[in-house]
Design a protein around this ligand. Structure first.
Ligand code: GCB
Length: 602
C-alpha cells in the first residue's frame, strides 16, 4: 500500500486523546510488538504538501475546496512511497541502535503495522503505547487518533469505532527532532534514541470498565489503606466496586458516586509493611460489574522527620545508584531482562535505592523494584535549560509528570518524585518548578518531592542556596568534587552547611574512567583515579549534615553525543561503575564496601 493512501484517508484531528488506562500489564491485551514497516521521511513529505500545508490539518478536510482542488490541480500523489515494500524494524526498539544508517538520525520516521482484530459487540478497544520518543502522531485506518508529546510516558486512544475485522493499518509518525521548547530541550547528556521504544498493545475492555485506581496507605496512617477507583463510561445499573486483599481478609464493597468515582478507606491492623529487606506484596483485586483486575501491591509509609527520611516509622539511609535506561548493546532498554540486568547490579552493590534518571523508565523497572525491594526516585526530563518562560513547555512538563504519577502511583517502591535536574535558578524557573511540585502533591500527597539541585562554594564552604528547596521534602544536589573542579585531597576539609532543616541526598557525584585503563590515582580516565575519587567523595559525603542518602553517577557507562574523546569516551559517558559491556571498575567495590558498612542511618 502506498503512503498516499494512508495520509489522504486522514480526517481532521478528531480529538481521540484519552485518559490513561493503568495496570495495563494485568489487563486483556494483544501485542502489536514485532516487525513494523518504516519509511525514513527527512522532509516530512508524507505530512506536508509541496507548499508545506499539513495534509491532516485542513479544517473540514474532506469537504474543503482545497482538498478537492488539490487533487484536481496538482495530481501530486506520493507515488514514490510504498509501506509494504519498505524495510522493517523491531518494535519496541529505538531506530538508532537497530539500523546502522540511522545511528545519528534525528527526524521523522513513519511506522506501519497491519493486523486483524475480531472485536465483539459489547467490547471496546484501545491502542496503547508504552512510550514513543519524542513526538507521535497516530493514525488507524487513515483516521487520526491524536498526537502525543514526551518520550517516556504512556498514552492510549480509543479505537472501538474504527477497528475492522481484517486489514487494519496502524500508522505512527515519530519525530525525535530536538527542540528548544521541548522537554527535554536541545541539550542533554544522553542519547536521543528515537522510535517506538516501548510496547504497543491493544487493550480490550467492557463497555464500562475500571480505568484507574489508587490503593496505598493513607498519608500519615499505618493502618488505613485509602484510594479511589475510577470507572470509564460509568454504568449506573452496576454501581458497586469491591477491593479484595485475601491475605488480610479485606473484602471491601462500596458504592460508586454518580461521576463514576469511588473514594474509599479500609482499616486493617495486620498489614505487613513493604521494605527493601522484606519486599512484601499482596495480591489485590478490584472488581466492578463483571470485570476483575488483579495486581500485586505493597504498603509502606514514607515521610521526613527531624531531617531524616523515615520508612515505616524508622529512619532509613538511601544506599543508591543512578541509572540510565540503556541496554547491553547500547540502545534504549525496555525488556524485563534489561530491568533485571540493571537492578541486579544495584542489588549486588548493596543498594536499597535507585535513582531512575533523567526521565520515567519503563514500567518493568518499577514493578521489578517493588518485587526485589529497591526504593525508587522517579524523575521527569526537566533537565538543565528547558524553556522556563514558555507556557507550552510548562504544560508539556506537567503532562509528563501527570502521566508518570498516574502510571506508577501504586508502586510502593517509588518513594520520591523528582521535578527537575540541575536547572539554573531564575524567577521563571522557580515558578515553573514550584508549580510542578504543587501539581505532584495534588495528585499524590503520600510521596516525597525532590529535585536535583546545584551547589555553591565559597572556598572550602559548600552549600545549597535555592529558593525552590523551601518547598521540597528532600534537599538533593549533584556535586562533582575531583571531576568538574575542586581538589580530591581537600575532601575532608570541605565544610557543608545547610540552611534547610531537611534530609539531604547527594543525587550525583562521580568521574570518568575507561574500564581496563590503569595508572596512578592522579591520572584522569584511569580506574585508579575513579577509585580515589570515590574514596575521597565518600569521606566527605559521610560528614554532610543531615545526609540521608546518595545515588552516585552512574551504574553503567552510557551513550552521550557530548562525550567525544577518542580512545576513551568514543561517544560514551564513562562515569559508570560498570562498563557498557558489563565489566566492573575498581570504584564499584569502593562503593560496595561503603554500603556494606552503612547499614544504619546517621
Ligand atoms: C550531571 C548531570 C548528568 C550528567 C553528569 C555528567 O550533573 O545531571 O546528566 O551526565 O552530570 O556526567 O557530567
Amino acid at each position: 500500500m502506498k503512503l498516499f493512501n494512508y495520509i489522504f484517508l486522514i480526517f481532521p484531528f478528531l480529538g481521540f486523546s484519552q485518559e490513561l488506562i493503568t495496570n495495563v500489564p494485568n489487563r486483556v491485551t494483544t501485542s502489536l510488538n514485532g516487525e513494523w514497516n518504516y519509511i525514513v521521511d527527512q522532509y516530512e513529505t508524507g505530512y506536508y504538501s509541496f507548499h508545506r500545508d499539513a495534509y491532516d490539518q485542513q479544517k473540514g478536510f474532506q469537504k474543503s475546496a482545497f482538498y478537492s482542488n488539490y487533487h484536481a490541480q496538482n495530481k501530486q500523489e506520493l507515488v514514490e512511497y510504498d509501506f509494504d515494500k519498505s524495510p522493517t524494524m523491531t518494535i519496541p526498539g529505538d531506530w538508532n541502535s537497530q539500523k546502522e544508517n540511522l545511528f545519528y538520525y534525528e527526524g521523522n520516521i513513519w511506522f506501519k503495522k497491519s493486523f486483524d482484530y475480531d472485536l465483539k459487540e459489547n467490547k471496546r478497544l484501545f491502542a496503547y503505547f508504552g512510550a514513543i520518543n519524542y513526538k507521535a502522531e497516530v493514525y488507524l485506518n487513515g483516521i487520526k487518533l491524536g498526537i502525543h508529546e514526551g518520550g517516556f510516558t504512556p498514552f492510549n486512544f480509543e479505537v472501538t469505532s474504527i477497528i475492522k475485522e481484517k486489514d487494519n493499518f496502524l500508522v505512527v509518525k515519530v519525530d525525535n527532532t530536538r527542540r528548544k521548547e521541548a522537554v527535554p530541550t536541545l541539550n542533554t547528556d544522553w542519547f536521543n534514541y528515537g522510535g517506538i521504544t516501548r510496547d504497543v498493545l491493544l487493550i480490550e475492555e467492557p463497555k464500562s470498565f475500571i480505568q484507574d485506581y489508587t490503593i496505598q496507605l493513607k498519608k500519615g496512617e499505618k493502618n488505613t489503606i485509602s484510594g479511589f477507583v475510577k470507572i470509564n463510561n460509568f454504568d449506573k445499573s452496576a454501581d458497586f466496586v469491591t477491593v479484595k486483599i485475601p491475605e488480610l481478609k479485606i473484602n471491601y464493597k462500596g458504592k460508586i458516586d454518580a461521576d463514576g468515582i469511588i473514594n474509599f478507606e479500609i482499616t486493617n491492623k495486620k498489614i505487613e509493611y513493604w521494605s527493601p529487606e522484606s519486599p512484601k506484596l499482596y495480591d489485590v483485586s478490584v472488581a466492578y460489574n463483571n470485570q476483575v483486575l488483579k495486581e500485586n501491591i505493597g504498603f509502606r509509609t514514607i515521610e521526613t522527620k527531624n531531617a531524616q527520611i523515615v520508612l515505616n516509622g524508622k529512619p532509613v539511609f538511601l544506599r543508591g545508584i543512578s541509572i540510565h535506561e540503556e541496554n547491553a548493546k547500547g540502545g534504549r532498554a525496555y525488556t524485563e531482562q534489561d530491568a533485571v540486568r540493571l537492578l541486579t547490579w544495584a542489588k549486588e552493590l548493596g543498594c536499597n535505592y535507585v535513582r531512575l534518571a533523567h526521565y520515567p523508565h519503563n514500567e518493568n523497572m518499577v514493578r521489578l523494584a517493588d518485587k526485589i525491594g529497591l526504593m525508587v526516585w522517579e524523575e521527569i526530563p526537566v533537565y538543565w535549560t528547558v524553556d522556563f518562560t514558555s507556557l507550552e513547555t510548562y504544560k508539556n512538563a506537567e503532562n509528563q509528570l501527570v502521566e508518570m504519577i498516574t502510571r506508577d502511583k501504586n508502586r510502593c517502591s517509588t518513594i520520591i518524585w523528582s521535578m527537575a535536574n540541575e536547572t539554573p535558578i531564575s524567577d521563571a524557573r522557580n515558578t515553573f518548578i514550584n508549580n510542578l511540585n504543587a501539581k505532584a502533591r495534588s495528585l499524590d500527597n503520600t510521596r516525597l518531592i525532590s529535585a536535583a539541585l546545584l551547589t555553591k562554594s565559597d572556598g572550602l564552604n559548600s552549600y545549597v542556596d535555592d529558593a525552590i528547596a523551601e518547598n521540597l521534602d528532600i534537599v538533593a544536589f549533584n556535586e562533582y568534587l575531583g571531576w568538574y573542579g575542586g581538589n580530591l585531597d581537600d575532601a575532608e576539609k570541605i565544610q557543608w552547611t545547610s540552611k534547610y532543616n531537611k534530609p539531604v541526598v547527594v543525587s550525583e557525584f562521580g568521574g570518568g574512567a575507561k574500564q581496563g585503563l590503569h595508572g596512578e590515582k592522579n591520572e584522569r580516565w584511569t580506574e585508579e583515579y575513579l577509585e580515589y575519587l570515590y574514596i575521597q567523595n565518600l569521606k566527605m559525603i559521610d560528614k554532610i549534615p543531615n545526609i540521608s542518602g546518595l545515588s552516585p553517577w552512574i551504574l553503567v557507562d552510557f551513550r552521550s553525543p557530548r562525550r567525544l574523546l577518542p580512545g576513551i569516551q568514543d561517544g560514551y559517558n564513562r562515569k559508570g561503575l560498570i562498563s557498557n559491556d558489563g565489566n566492573k571498575k575498581k570504584a564499584f567495590f569502593v562503593l560496595k564496601e561503603f554500603y556494606n558498612q552503612k547499614t544504619k542511618p546517621h
